[in-house]
Ligand binder design. Structure first.
Ligand code: GLU
Length: 309
């Protein structure tokens, strides 16, 4: 059995994640290099677990596994969502809860860190990337819903988020009911963008961006009044912009996060479900949560029940 050794790297990255930058800089405030060292509390940030690799993994009847067995697994994720799916532009290190979920599953399927290729895939490209085989799995704040199930399969859920709003600290917006006539930004191909366009919210503009980091820049610049997406995502940006931005904290949807995979690969779907359950049971899930999403101050919830369909 091989063990992944990312604990040291994780501590560094977590220290960065814990650093609250109030400068509202463009790009990736998570990556302010040595600034992370000065973060209070950074030193005590918990480390992500390591996941023993199952060297005799097999997934009988899975066309995707057959193709990648003994080679490399390509996993799609986000790169601009601190705490969930984040890629340090300098070191190229990937961190976040989604990335950890991906690593746990990969380990159970027989792939160590060297045999995982992470691929950044934005919300709008997920279904095409999964369906075309551009990625073998997708782990990136991907809400399970019936519409998407027409095109892809889902294992999980492994977490349940809720749509919320990120606003400037002095904003009068206290919930979705205050959005009438406001400009709101979200990501193309996401459920929050679709929802916020519903007439009942009365927004003046629903601006679509390629990713949420771009929306946050719009908010900081004053081009929009709010960013809307899952609370889990928004908390990461709020932590980076402490004092300047805040999450309203009134979730108005349920967003169960699934692992996207080829629609008809039921064997792989079940193998991934089992992997998620195993790591929930052995404590990895909670440790990973505490070392990533938990840094924004929210206690780990009980993991949701796997939905087998
Ligand atoms: N969970 C939502 C979705 O899958 C929003 C987050 C995202 O765009 O990844 O659409």
């Amino acid at each position: 059995m091989k063990l992944r050794n990312t604990a040291a790297a994780a501590v560094v990255v977590l220290a960065l994640a814990a650093s609250a930058t109030a400068c509202g800089k463009s790009g990736s405030p998570n990556d302010n290099g040595d600034k992370g060292d000065k973060a209070s509390g950074g030193a005590s940030a918990p480390a992500v677990p390591t996941y023993p690799v199952n060297t005799s993994a097999d997934v009988k009847g899975s066309p995707v596994f057959e193709k990648i067995k003994g080679k490399t697994i390509t996993i799609g994720t986000k790169a601009d969502q601190p705490g969930l799916g984040y890629e340090n532009p300098g070191t190229k290190k990937r961190t976040g809860f989604d990335v950890e979920i991906a690593r746990m599953i990969a380990a159970d399927l027989g792939f160590d860190e060297k045999h995982i290729t992470f691929k950044t895939v934005p919300s709008e490209a997920r279904e095409t990337q999964i369906a075309s085989g551009g990625v073998d799995l997708y782990v990136g704040t991907y809400t399970i819903n019936d519409e998407r199930k027409k095109q892809v399969g889902f294992a999980g859920p492994y977490y349940v988020a809720g749509q919320d709003l990120l606003v400037k600290a002095d904003s009068s917006v206290k919930g979705p009911e205050d959005l009438k006539g406001k400009k709101v930004c979200s990501a193309t191909g996401s459920t929050p963008l679709q929802r916020i366009k519903e007439p009942k919210y009365g927004v003046a503009e629903a601006k679509a961006q390629q990713g949420y980091q771009l929306c946050v820049q719009d908010l900081v610049n004053g081009t929009v009044d709010a960013v809307t997406t899952d609370d889990a995502i928004l908390k990461g940006y709020a932590a980076e912009n402490k004092g300047a931005l805040k999450v309203v904290g009134k979730p108005f949807s349920k967003e169960p996060y699934g692992v996207g995979l080829k629609k008809d690969d039921a064997a792989l779907r079940e193998a991934v479900n089992k992997a998620i359950e195993a790591h929930e049971k052995n404590g990895d899930w909670k440790k990973a949560y505490d070392a990533t999403l938990g840094l924004s101050g929210t206690q780990a919830p009980a993991p949701p029940a796997i939905e087998r369909y």
